[in-house]
Design a protein around this ligand. Structure first.
Ligand SMILES: [Zn+2]
Length: 411
């Protein structure tokens, strides 16, 4: 098992699968299918005979049930094949620090890239592990090829050990998760699963059942434009109005000043001329109330500012983006409870976490497939400092196997 998950991982990371938000196609980049085709080949080799790439670039496969019980739920394990557009994924040259002995890790391809213990204290827990990094000139792609390697390795383990009883297991590898389109084309009917688990989290032992709730806000301001030479007492410059709104945003409610379960108001775009200006925001919170409160606060700031500009008007538009999956998962508490038990059986102390963002799983949960997020072991996602421990990937494989056993046992 040990060699298998890391060997697979090393094969997958050298295939460039970067997604591209500005491409209208599905998948956004054709090259994601190169990994898809390899995964289908490997799944077929393991003996999973229905493995295939669909027209959207997703990989589907089924491990048939081998239990005499007929009430075991169908579980889906899900991971994404693309890597983030934030950093190059071309020509990834994975490096392995074998039996890591502590200290900072300098990456050989770029001396400026150093994985520092001070920035990544989790390294202190990885003494003796084999740590995979890039050479520092690209990201590694542990997000989420670690998750993919773990699911394939678990599939191999289960097919080679038929004495382990389990229900039907569906495997789903998606494209374009990093650009928010990961599950756009997922056909839940075809998938036919009762619930799922994404293998896309970080630290070993972590299970995440919460994501942000997310809205976008657009403020469109119409000022009063006039020749600057005749402007006295008349001009209401939309650029100044926009600036005044930004200036009044609470400083303690920004991404850079919040952590844990705190939400934020984050300006993401500003454009304008004297006559009109547009402000774009994203609003994030873990509760619906918190979200509404922040939106009300933002609109009040806008109203206050507008009082000084009686000739000007504004519109305030809220657009729902996604919701905290906890609302859905709380209706099926055993999905998370069994994952916690599986992590324990795999030899770790489970840690429950909240994601300061969204996942494929949060959207799947609201589409009807409850789907918390289990650790995949990677760290420093979307950067050249990305790393993952082989031993942690093995623990994830074990967690998947224990989870499938548990659902059969308790059915
Ligand atoms: Zn990911």
């Amino acid at each position: 098992m040990a060699a298998s998950v890391t060997d697979r991982f090393l094969r997958y990371v050298v295939i460039d699968t970067q997604s591209n938000a500005s491409s209208p196609t599905q998948p956004s980049t054709e090259k994601q299918k190169n990994l898809g085709r390899l995964l289908v080949e490997e799944l077929l080799e393991i003996g999973i005979s229905d493995a295939h790439l669909d027209e959207h670039g997703y990989v589907h496969a089924t491990i048939p049930a081998n239990t005499p019980k007929n009430n075991v739920p169908v579980i889906c394990f899900c991971a994404h094949m693309d890597t983030a557009p934030d950093f190059s994924g071309t020509n990834v040259k994975p490096q392995i620090v074998r039996s890591y002995q502590g200290g900072d890790i300098r990456l050989p391809g770029d001396p400026n890239q150093v994985i520092r213990v001070a920035d990544h204290p989790v390294l202190n827990d990885l003494i003796g592990h084999d740590i995979v990094t890039s050479d520092g000139t690209t990201l590694l792609g542990a997000d989420d090829k670690a998750g993919i390697a773990e699911i394939v390795a678990a599939a191999e383990f289960l097919t080679k050990n038929p004495d382990i009883k389990h229900g039907t297991i569906r495997i789903l590898f998606t494209t374009d998760e990093e650009i928010g389109r990961g599950v756009d084309k997922v056909d839940l009917k075809k998938l036919g699963a009762d619930f799922g688990y994404t293998m896309d989290g970080e630290t070993a032992g972590t299970i995440e059942d919460e994501t942000f709730s997310a809205d976008a806000v657009e403020i469109a301001i119409k000022g009063v434009a006039i020749h600057p030479g005749f402007a006295y007492g008349k001009m209401e410059n939309a650029i100044r109005i926009a600036g005044a709104i930004i200036d009044r945003l609470p400083k303690d409610m920004a991404p850079e000043t919040t952590k844990g379960r705190e939400g934020f108001i984050h300006p993401t775009g500003v454009s304008g001329v004297m006559e009109k200006a547009n402000l774009s925001f994203i609003i994030r919170d873990f509760t619906e109330d918190g979200l509404k409160h922040k939106e009300a606060l933002l609109e009040n700031i806008t109203k206050e500012v507008m009082k000084n500009y009686p000739g000007s008007t504004y519109t305030f538009t809220v657009k729902e983006q996604y919701r905290n999956m906890k609302v859905v998962l709380d209706r099926h508490p055993e999905i998370v409870e069994y994952a916690i038990e599986a992590i324990r059986r795999a030899g770790m102390e489970p840690v429950r976490g909240s994601i300061r963002g969204g996942t494929d799983g949060s959207r799947l949960s609201f589409m009807g497939l409850p789907c918390p997020n289990i650790f995949a072991g990677g760290h420093a996602f979307h950067s050249p400092l990305e790393f993952v421990s082989s031993q942690d990937m093995e623990k994830a494989v074990k967690t998947i196997v224990e989870l499938t056993k548990l659902w059969e046992e308790r059915a």
